[in-house]
Ligand binder design. Structure first.
Ligand code: BG6
Ligand code: MG
Length: 233
């Protein structure tokens, strides 16, 4: 059975759009270290619990959240603090390589490529391209939409729409894969099927523990909306 999503047209899987950080690669610890060093210097509390709340959140919004209810510094100082964190983050990700790719991610990307399904990245990070290249994922990814491609952050759907366009697919032909709540909302608002990965993304059309639990077959069935596969992966 195939259920139509776009008033009469049948959608088949043609593309998969992946969030990067926390879905394909592990960058959490580098973001954590860079924010922790800055926060310690500024005398602001910061721990891994706060760091988790920054998943999928832009650099500026992250610093605002770290300040919490404390008064923010003047804009130039605020920007300098964001830049400082970013410089440190960039220094840290220089050590990234294929070992930072999450288990099963490269295998899934290869399966997709062999099946003729396009793969794209939709990341809030302005450093996404560098991470994709350092980890070797550029070999399997057809298009990267990142923090430099957009004017509106997740949960706005913009980055996912730019990614769909980059791989020449309509949103209804694509599955989006995310580990952050705001990202799942962005995928939904883009009109795509949403797959959630990990503890913070349970409110998706389909939820899995890791990206390695996905297969081309399952993604196909999700786009074709076979009811038994929704919320039941
Ligand atoms: C997201 C990360 O992918 O990118 C966030 O999950 C990060 O933690 C955001 O703040 C922005 O990244 P960057 O590299 O542009 O500071
Ligand atoms: Mg993420």
């Amino acid at each position: 059975m195939t259920i139509n999503k776009t008033g009469g047209e049948t959608c088949r899987l043609r593309g998969v759009v992946f969030d990067l950080d926390g879905v394909l690669v592990v960058t959490d610890r580098y973001h954590y270290q860079a924010w922790k060093e800055l926060a310690d210097d500024l005398g602001l509390p910061f721990d891994s619990k706060i760091n988790h709340q920054l998943r999928g959140v832009s650099r500026e919004e992250s610093l605002q959240r770290i300040y919490g209810s404390r008064p923010l510094p003047p804009p130039e100082e605020f920007k300098a603090q964001c830049d400082r964190k970013n410089e440190r983050y960039k220094e840290l990700i220089r050590q990234m390589d294929e070992n930072d790719v999450l288990e099963g991610a490269a295998e899934l990307l290869i399966q997709l490529r062999d099946a003729g399904v396009k793969s794209a990245v939709a990341s809030s990070s302005k450093n996404a391209r560098e991470v994709v290249e350092r980890t070797g994922l550029h070999r399997y990814i057809d298009f990267v939409a990142d923090g430099n491609s957009i004017t509106r952050a997740k949960p706005d759907p913009q980055v996912f729409l730019v990614a769909c366009e980059g791989i020449g697919c309509r949103p209804c032909e694509c599955v989006g894969v995310e580990d952050a709540e705001a990202g799942v909302e962005a995928i939904r608002r883009a009109g795509m099927v949403a797959v959630g990965v990990g503890a913070q993304a349970k409110d998706a059309d389909c939820w899995v523990q890791t990206v390695g639990d996905l297969s081309v077959d399952l993604l196909r069935r999700l786009v074709e909306r076979l009811p038994e596969n929704r919320k039941n992966c």
